[in-house]
Ligand binder design. Structure first.
Ligand code: MLT
Length: 248
């Protein structure tokens, strides 16, 4: 039997390289595709002022079409999860499974929306490196930073090299996303929710809400990990995905 295709969407303001532990660790059970969302990483196309989650999802759909992929297991971390939910709403028939990693189904409140605009302006005015240093403590757990200072440095460098216009467009797009819990209620494919034990950006109740919205879904919590659970606890993360894929 051909291996299932697992498409993994990165979070904000990151790129495809965050999925390296999955590309390496899951290649015997899935064909892993990890694209860069518009303007991030190796994607050097022009970026509009705002990239909505729907616009990113359209580009994921185009990627599947270009590669002749009828159905895939789609996964997304944080912002990548928002895009995966937008995709699930528009093209549920293209999914064989859905993997929601350190993410949430809710929309931004007004304060969060103002914060997005502030992030967008700071990225455009001051560059991304200024934002990068401040973000690392919110992305990686204290335990990860203590045990793997090299990972903290890598994540900071990864953020710092992203294009300001891509960061601004994504921040403004995230501010516009609707609540998508209802999408999960009507979805007829297996759903796995994964989070980190110490993710302060998306505390456990946000993952429990996703799980509750998706009938029959499972939740895996990566011990000791923060917001980047796939990087911080790759063994536990990959083990959960393996079990999930085996059931599809
Ligand atoms: C992400 O990791 O993609 C972001 O934290 C998502 C967000 O800011 O809502």
């Amino acid at each position: 039997m051909p291996l299932p295709t697992l498409v993994l969407l990165h979070g904000f303001p990151l790129d495809h390289t965050i999925w390296e532990p999955q590309r390496k660790g899951l290649s015997d059970v899935a064909q892993v595709l990890a694209p860069d969302l518009r303007g991030f990483g190796t994607d050097d196309r022009p970026v509009p002022e705002i990239m909505t989650m729907e616009a990113y999802a359209q580009e994921v759909k185009d990627l599947l079409d270009e590669n002749g992929l009828e159905r895939v297991v789609l996964g997304g971390l944080s912002m990548g999860g928002y895009v995966a939910l937008a995709f699930a709403e528009a093209w549920p028939e293209r999914l064989a499974g859905l993997l929601l990693v350190n993410t949430r189904g809710t929309a931004d409140g007004e304060e969060a929306q103002r914060g997005r605009e502030d992030t967008a302006r700071r990225a455009l005015a001051g560059g991304v490196p200024v934002i990068a240093r401040g973000m690392v403590p919110t992305l990686l757990s204290e335990a990860t930073r203590g045990r793997h200072p090299e990972l903290a440095a890598e994540v900071e460098a990864l953020i710092a090299r992203q294009r300001p216009e891509a960061v601004a467009a994504a921040a403004r797009g995230m501010a516009l996303r609707p609540d998508r819990h209802a999408v999960l209620g009507s979805l007829d494919v297996p759903v796995l929710v994964i989070t980190g034990e110490h993710d302060h950006l998306m505390p456990l109740p946000t993952s429990l809400a996703l799980q509750a919205a998706a009938p029959g879904s499972h939740l895996a919590v990566v011990p000791g990990a923060g917001h980047l659970s796939n990087l911080e606890g790759p063994e536990a993360f990959n083990a959960a995905v393996r079990t999930f894929l085996a059931g599809i």
